[in-house]
Design a protein around this ligand. Structure first.
Ligand SMILES: [Zn+2]
Ligand SMILES: [Zn+2]
Length: 328
């Protein structure tokens, strides 16, 4: 069976139950001829260099930070990571569950703390990533190599097809969510507060940490760590690992990425069943985000978690898997 007909079946199966534009579109064709020239965005190159230098310095001064400050940096790591994984990714990009207003506000706050573009842009780019995965229209097309998929895509102008396809994507649900639009409107202020000021001032105000350590450890070091953990999903989890659910696509099952990106490394499963709120058939195993969503459901703050049934997963494994599937 050809790659495209496999994707058609995949698309058909999901189109029955899905309204979100995150299903692979096999009708798209890359334009013939030479690729458009690469245009470097020097502003981003300088900012990313400064950030990673600052994060490296933050790592060096970790021994001078108090235990409470280090614990605070870990708390900030989890809040910002959840703003991406449980928020921009599983809730807003894929609509894989429903979240109450207080939870959406918390996730939007975490998302500003993660400073990875606002929810609207993140979710639109991510839907384009699924719909046109590993083509010119994929914002972080992993066919262009590890560096491009990891960070390079943020250092150059987008391929024209990414912009064109992104514009045509249905994002009415994002526009209809006042939390998404409020964060978009006040994005710069929210980032200044959530990503930099709060991580820095809380340890200074509550237990007398120096502002210097507060800025470089829970601030820059934590920020760069969350960024790289997220980017590993686009780079490493599109290159290294097994493909038990669909060996025709590049995304892989990568446990290291699952651990560092709090549950987002089961990427062969996720691209095969993008509507599944757990992004894995193994629940909370190596998957802090799924455990968090489960907790929110038990508190009545989240509901309607969508999942691929064991029968659907089993049939798919038998039809398109690479033979590496394990049951736990
Ligand atoms: Zn996704
Ligand atoms: Zn992916």
């Amino acid at each position: 069976m050809t790659r495209n007909s496999e994707f058609s079946q995949n698309a058909e199966t999901m189109a029955e139950t899905r309204t979100v534009e995150d299903v692979f579109d096999d009708t798209y064709r890359e334009k013939e001829g030479p690729k458009p020239p690469r245009q470097i965005v020097w502003r981003n190159v300088i900012l990313m260099t400064l950030l990673h230098s600052g994060a490296l310095y933050g790592l060096m001064i970790v021994p001078s930070a108090s235990i409470l400050t280090l614990l605070w940096a870990v708390v900030c790591f989890f809040i910002s990571a959840l703003g991406v994984t449980a928020g921009a990714h599983r809730l807003w990009s894929h609509k894989s569950y429903k979240a109450s207003l207080p939870l959406r506000i918390f996730l939007a706050f975490g998302n500003s703390m993660a400073f990875q573009n606002d929810i609207f842009e993140w979710a639109r780019d991510h839907r384009v990533h699924h719909k046109f995965s590993e083509t010119d229209a994929d914002p972080h097309n992993a066919v262009r190599g590890f560096f491009f998929a990891h960070i390079g895509w943020l250092l150059v102008r987008k391929h024209p097809d990414v912009i064109e396809k992104g514009r045509k994507l249905d994002v009415h649900d994002l526009k209809a969510d006042p939390v998404v639009m409020f964060q978009k409107e006040h994005y710069k202020v929210s980032v200044a507060l959530a990503c930099f000021a709060i991580p820095m001032f809380v340890p200074w105000y509550l237990w007398g940490e120096s502002l210097w350590v507060g800025y470089f450890v829970p601030g820059l070091l934590r920020y760069a760590t969350v960024l790289n953990a997220t980017w590993l999903v686009n780079s490493a989890a599109h290159m290294w690992g097994m493909r038990p659910y669909d060996h025709h696509i590049n995304p892989r099952e990568n446990r290291f990425v699952a651990l560092s990106a709090i549950g987002e490394g089961f990427h062969n499963y996720h691209h095969t069943f993008p509507y599944d709120y757990a992004t894995s058939e193994f629940g909370s195993k190596l998957n802090f985000t799924t455990a968090f969503i489960n907790l929110m459901c038990s508190l009545g703050l989240a509901s309607d978690c969508k999942q691929a049934s064991p029968e659907v997963v089993k049939a798919r494994v038998q039809r398109t898997g690479d033979g590496s599937h394990k049951t736990g």
